[in-house]
Design a protein around this ligand. Sequence first.
Ligand SMILES: Nc1ncnc2c1ncn2[C@@H]1O[C@H](COP(=O)(O)OP(=O)(O)OP(=O)(O)O)[C@@H](O)[C@H]1O
Length: 260
Amino acid sequence: MIEFINVEKVYPNGTKALENINLKIDQGEFVAVIGLSGAGKSTLIRCINRMHDITDGKLYVDETNVSNLKGKQIRRFRRRIGMIFQSFNLVTRTTVLKNVLVSFVPDNPLWRKITGLYTQEQKRKALEALDKVGILDKAYVRVDQLSGGQQQRVALARTLAQNPDIILADEPIASLDPVTSKLVMDDFKRINQELNISVIMNIHHVEVALEYADRIIGIRKGEVVFDGESAKVTDEILHEIYSGNIEELKAALEESHAHV
Ligand SMILES: Nc1ncnc2c1ncn2[C@@H]1O[C@H](COP(=O)(O)OP(=O)(O)OP(=O)(O)O)[C@@H](O)[C@H]1O
């Protein structure tokens, strides 16, 4: 379980990005975080794996008080939490398989790190992860020969290979076309349901969020203004989340229509 207790995040330049955040997210939930640009969505999910430090309150992942982690403990903790970015973060001039194998580097002794050799078991796990996202046939293809959607699935396979409890996804479909977005979202949903991995996704496409996530967290100006089942999100609630900016809400909805 992930638990935020009165969490606040103030950046060193004085910007208050999160305030009074209280949330409990159970293992296996699929949560979409929505809100205007600058509302604090990215900050919220990046506090979970300590990419950002909170400045007040408490944040727990299971029994771990995230703020108390130091050095090696942070690295070990992050092994349990996969992270997917809009930009895929892959090494494009090498093969799909090598990109997935990279997830094992932290576990390997120095000589394996230097030689770039992996165990048969690691290769088997990497191929298994590629199979889970339907691109096993691309294992020996160079990443720069794949479409954006396929690249995002490689990123997903790399994360799966590390056997995470949680996947944090920061705008994972923002640079994908509507058809590909759907395939990638289907992968997230399947992984969530079949492997019981929690998915916490920051997403601009409201309708996609409503279709795929079980739970919506609406953020406005660093505060949670809605937290509930996707099925219970009404136009009034969306207005509340995006209030003060109807034009942006309309644009977000139109963009989402194009994605479903
Ligand atoms: N490294 C930083 N230093 C200072 N302020 C920051 C930093 N990162 C984000 N902010 C500010 O914190 C607030 C929340 O930003 P955040 O990126 O979390 O919003 P967001 O909802 O994810 O936005 P977007 O949808 O545009 O990505 C914004 O006012 C932003 O300008």
